[in-house]
Unconditional design. Sequence first.
Length: 257
Amino acid sequence: MSNKSAFDAVGHESLADAVVDQIETMIVDGILKEGHKLPSERELSDALGVSRPKLREALQTLEQRGLVNVRHGEGTFIAKLTGRAMSPALLALYTRHGRAFYDYLEYRREQEAFACRLAAKRATQSDKTRLTEILDVMVETHKSADTEASRDADLKLHAAVVDASQNTTLIHMMASVYDLTRQGVFYNRAFLRTMDGTGQKLLTQHKDIVDAILAGDPELADAAARTHIDFVEASYRQSEEQHAREERAAKRKQLAT
């Protein structure tokens, strides 16, 4: 963590309660996310301007509320707050029934277009800097053909756009949706690169999204998000149709021999 802390010194009315309130607010706002490690006890007490006993009292309250996990010898971490969007059984069902994939894309199309519109209106300079930095990483990983790093940057960019929407419900809900993507249940970026040829279309689509947000153009940002998801859907439909044609051709050949 940098020397400039994300935490503010609290007043003296009720120190432990003030610490609890600040950390809860940072969780609601999506600043502190699940799995995030809090600064050390010394760093946090200094940043908040409270004694260590008061800090420990606050952390105990947060732990009792299920918001943090205190791991002795490791530190204090934000607890897992967003449950699975789907149970393991439903995830397996989705993988066996391809039609559900298009419902997933339909949902993402609307939510991400909404997030992009809001981000174009609300993104702060910090949000814009973060988006630009992630896009730079995407450009570099595209050049180096680093598939894993490219996939990671892709997910980070989508999450950063949602963060820039400043809508806390959207931030937490989409975190669960992106977890499905991270698990590889639906969105196979390696497959999309093969449909794309070089991955250049994907990179251009993400650049268009960021450029529209930086320009503060909600309509353009909305359209860029929809174009991206439309490309994903069209690619998968094209693949399915090609697979079906190949199966039919193989059967015709078998019967003709």
